[in-house]
Design a protein. Structure first.
Length: 183
């Protein structure tokens, strides 16, 4: 019982340090000899203080890997070596195996590509390069990712061009009004 109380007290004392490390941009350093991918994700989440939403089953091993990056960039580095989809919405990281992502084709609804891209970038400051594609010939946007990512992008793109979109990032509310609605 005494050990449990000591462990909890230690975690409570370390919690502000991890949040402070993310806020100050300190590097996360991790060396992995051989560990399951899911355990590495949990370790990075603990070290960075960033919550993680996992979609699908993270299988496989991370072998002989090391990282020295700031917060979300550490997850991005893990995604590159482990073939994972990694996105960040300002408050949490969304991770899924790339083999378990879905693809949705959406219309832009009278928006220009720059406006569409800007809305997606406001919603997700970080996502893989191949997650969003634009086909200018058909004026369609191809979205590839886990359900949480695809449904969020779909919701934003299906909104009327006269509405404002409310985005909550790190506890702050930001209103985004497409240029067509601002006129």
């Amino acid at each position: 019982m005494k050990l449990r109380v000591s462990s909890i007290a230690l975690l409570i004392l370390l919690a502000p340090l991890t949040v402070q490390a993310v806020a100050s941009g300190q590097d996360i350093r991790l060396n992995v000899v051989s560990q399951p991918v899911a355990d590495v994700v949990d370790t990075l989440s603990f070290m960075s203080g960033i919550p993680v939403t996992t979609t699908g089953k993270l299988t496989g091993q991370v072998e002989n890997w090391s990282v020295k990056e700031e917060g979300v960039a550490a997850f991005e580095a893990l995604g590159r070596v482990s073939n994972l989809f990694v996105a960040f919405d300002g408050s949490r990281v969304i991770i899924a195996p790339k083999s378990e992502v879905s693809t949705v084709i959406l219309e832009q609804k009278r928006r220009g590509w720059k406006v569409t891209r800007s809305a997606i970038d406001a919603l997700f400051p970080l996502y893989p390069d191949d997650a969003i594609r634009y086909d200018p010939a058909s004026d369609l946007v191809i979205v590839r990712g886990p359900t949480a990512f695809v449904s969020a992008v779909e919701t934003v793109l299906n909104r009327s061009t006269v509405e404002t979109v409310q985005v909550i990032k790190s506890g702050h509310v930001e209103m985004i009004t497409p240029p067509a609605a601002a006129n």
